[in-house]
Each structure stands twice: as structure tokens, then as C-alpha cells.
Design a protein around this ligand. Sequence first.
Ligand code: FE2
Length: 257
Amino acid sequence: METTPDSTPPVNLNRRAFVGAAGLAGLGLLGASRAQAAPATSSSTTNSLLYTVPMNSAGEYELPPLPYAYDALEPAIDAETMRLHHDIHFNGYKNGLNKALAQLKQFRSAGDYPEISYWENELAFNGAGYNLHTVFFANMAPEGTTKPSSTLSKTLDTHFGGLDAFKGQFSAAAAKVQGSGWAILGYQPFGGKLVVLQAEKHQNLTQWGVIPILALDVWEHAYYLKYQNRRGDYIKNWWNVVNWDNVAQRTEAAMTA
Ligand SMILES: [Fe+2]
């Protein structure tokens, strides 16, 4: 279950958020509406359409707590990898995102933009990294605790020709990402389609507007302690810890937003 640092119930959900609220509220995947999330008035959480991310009163992003124990995904993913991945790497993207936003705010105040391209790149890289890691950690659960619902299976059948076909394309995409990156199941709101994308780093090869639903991190920091160079084994075993309930809820929310 995705958790937030306080339990303040969401109020005044806007329509886009409310459509998916019935299925998401039980897992804490929705928080306050965007309209409530203005930095000056925010308490500690804000809604990012499909999931809740923690934010402090200054409007700075915080690190979403790991929704299970470090060792909960063993043997697929070992505790030490989870600890380093979540506490160090994910936290680093959070810090980078906040730093880029603060730097760009300072530029606006001064009306002067030295190194603008560098900081815009920092914003894209760290913002995409924070976004995808938020999805990635919520997408997993202890082995054997969830399975694809009939509704999700039908949706995957419609868009990919079946669960196995979807997993085949997704796994191939993950295996062949050049360098560090991701495989992502996303929803194209502009065409009403589910698609599998590769991302290099966090932000390259994406499509504007696609909503990430299921994300697999294939940076080496995600698997190298246990699997060394055997990325294929990591991908194969990762399927054992996919949280299919979370995938189903994100899919429904994305497709009805
Ligand atoms: Fe990562």
C-alpha cells in the first residue's frame, strides 16, 4: 500500500481525480486535488492525478515511504538493493528535482537565466526520475499476493492480444534499453491506447501526455548487487513481485481520467 506521511483525508476532489477515487482511495493512491496543492497552502501531500506524493509546506517534494519492508520482495529483489535504491537513489532524484525548481525560481526572480539549458535538463531528468520511481515502488508487492484481475486481463487482451503478449513486449523492451533506463506501460490519452515505451535515462524516448502505469527500472542500481550483468534474470523474476492490483487501479484511473 502506498503511504503518505499523514492521514489527512482528501476533500474536494476535482472530477478527474474523483472518477478513479472509488478504486484508489482504499490504497491511499489519491490525495488532495491539484487545486489544493498550491505550495503556500499545502500540508504534506499533493495529488499528481494518479498517485499521492508527499510534499512539505514549502512546496518541496519529499520521499514517498517504501510501502513494504525492505526485504518484502525477496528473493526477486534483495533487501540491500531495495534500501540503496529507495533511500539513496530515489532520494537523490527528489533532491535534484527540488534543487532544479529552486534554481529556476531564483532565475525568474532575477530576470536572468544563466545556464538555463543545464537547469532545464536537471528539471527533466530528476522530475522524470522522481515520477517513475514513485510508480515503480508502488507497482510492486510481495510475491504471490496479487494476480491480474479479469478486467485488467481483458484490457490487456484488447490492447496487446493478451497478458503473455504484453509481458513479452514489455520484457523485450526492458532487456534492450540502451544503457540505463526503463520499460513503461503507459496510457495515451490522445489516442485511447495502452502502449509499451522504453525510456533511456528517465526522460528520453517518452511521449508527451502518456501516463505511466507500470514501470520497470533497468538502471544497474536496480539489480546489480544481486544479478550483476544478468538483466534478463532480474526482469524475469521481477514479474513475480508485480502488484497487479496497483496496475489495475492505475489503468482504470488513467483510462477514465
Ligand atoms: Fe532507479
